[in-house]
Write a protein that binds this ligand. Structure first.
Ligand code: SF4
Length: 49
């Protein structure tokens, strides 16, 4: 089943219309091996436009 990934990072080359991700897959990781909140996670698939 295809997923819809909502993302507002409009400086990323995979972003579509400032509201969603168009990458075929994404890699998300914690800043330092462990995350205790969403603020401590990052999309590693990000690429600047
Ligand atoms: S690759 Fe990551 S940062 Fe880029 S649009 Fe997709 S979810 Fe957002």
């Amino acid at each position: 089943m295809e997923q819809m990934i909502m993302c507002e990072v409009n400086s990323c080359k995979f972003n579509k219309e400032g509201v969603r991700c168009g990458a075929p897959k994404i890699h998300v990781a914690p800043h330092k091996g462990r995350a205790d909140s969403s603020d401590e996670t990052d999309c590693k698939t990000y690429e600047h436009v």
